[in-house]
Design a protein around this ligand. Structure first.
Ligand SMILES: [Zn+2]
Ligand SMILES: [Zn+2]
Length: 368
């Protein structure tokens, strides 16, 4: 059935988001409709409003949400009304070569579901009846959303939905970069560049994985204080040092793992330079497509260094989302503390402004 929903929409690149009344169609074959409970506000949503991420407007934003299933389409197995689900902006077909070899974030069919559902159509229309694209096959910054089950992960019902939502992007990206992409060993020395929602989670991922030293690097003293609460053992304020890599090497002798959570070639260089011999730099931040980085080639073989990337924390969402929520339940991951501000959907413009000014660890829109 069709449902009316308030949604946060990007109408034009470079303009503030709008709150619109939209129609969300019920599920077709292989799809479910969820009543969204909470949706995190992510820098990628902002990037879609500026055109840095080129999803064509009009676009329903949102890709980090949790909600409750209210309608199940034909042929759907494993989801029932009342189930709690977290959205995954990675569409995982489960059948292609990458999915089968255990790398669903690289799913060969995922590109079919960038700003539509996997079949290339959408279930969302504006008040004039015109179709609305959906961010990452999700578009979950709305009261209701219809998603393909390849973009949904069922989770336990004892975790508050606003906490569960964060696992869909920020927590998975940051913690997953440490657990999955880097495979950080206990007793390692690590540095994290950029303490936003993702960087903070890289810090707590390092702490949970048993890193000996965790150096947080940022230019915002408030974020560095937060990094300490999430497990950083040392902090470097970029207003106080000229060369962060040099400062890290002095402090640690060169780190085993460096996590770049900014998305800038110059910061990738810094992360790589902060490594000790045998170290691995993991690029988590999403850079502009024209951005470049340079490293000293000889250090790759002579120091056996590694430079690699991490997409959504190399997630296997069906396994990792419940796993991370299990660690939260066990008191080993902080999720409550990540949510520094909640907003109603009517306050969405404020939520984006607060993200731009770096006010929150994570701002979350909570629906009635
Ligand atoms: Zn995100
Ligand atoms: Zn696949």
């Amino acid at each position: 059935m069709d449902r009316q929903a308030k949604a946060v929409v990007c109408r034009e690149w470079g303009k503030p988001v709008q709150i619109e009344q939209i129609t969300v169609e019920g599920p077709r074959r292989g799809e479910i409709t969820i009543k969204v409970a909470a949706c995190g506000v992510c820098h990628s949503d902002l990037s879609a409003t500026t055109g840095k991420i080129q999803y064509p407007p009009p676009l329903v934003l949102g890709h980090e949400a949790a909600g409750v299933v209210v309608e199940v389409g034909e042929g759907v197995e494993g989801f029932s009304e009342g189930d709690h689900v977290v959205s995954s902006f990675i569409s995982m077909c489960g059948k292609c070569r990458q999915c089968v070899r255990g790398h669903p974030v690289l799913c060969e069919n995922a590109r079919k579901a960038m700003f539509t559902l996997p079949d290339g159509t959408v279930r969302t229309r504006d008040s004039q009846g015109e179709p609305l694209n959906v961010f990452g096959a999700c578009g979950v910054m709305a009261e209701y959303a219809t998603l393909h089950v390849d973009n949904c992960v069922k989770v336990a019902e004892d975790v508050p939905l606003q906490n569960a939502a964060l696992v869909g992007c920020a927590v998975m990206t940051g913690v997953g970069a440490v657990f999955n992409t880097a495979g950080l060993e206990p007793g390692s020395r690590a540095a994290v560049f950029g303490i936003g929602g993702v960087g903070l989670n890289a810090v707590q991922g390092c702490a949970t994985a048993g890193a000996e030293m965790i150096v947080a690097v940022d230019n915002n003293p408030k974020k560095l204080a937060m990094a300490r609460e999430f497990g950083a053992t040392h902090t470097i304020d970029l207003n106080e040092v000229d060369d962060a890599a040099k400062a890290i090497r002095k402090l640690t002798g060169g780190v085993d793992y460096a996590f770049e959570c900014v998305g800038a070639g110059a910061v990738v260089e810094q992360a790589y330079k902060s490594l000790g011999r045998g170290g691995t730099a993991v690029v988590v931040g999403v850079a502009d497509p024209k951005d470049k980085t340079s490293i000293t080639t000889l250090t790759l073989p002579a120091d056996e260094r590694t430079l690699k990337g991490s997409w959504l924390g190399s997630a296997r969402p069906q396994h990792d989302f419940p796993r991370l929520l299990g660690l939260y339940r066990a008191g080993k991951l902080k999720l409550d503390e990540l949510i520094t501000q909640t907003y109603s959907i009517g306050e969405a413009v404020q939520a984006f402004d607060d993200m731009i000014s770096g006010k929150n660890a994570r701002g979350v829109i909570v629906f009635d």
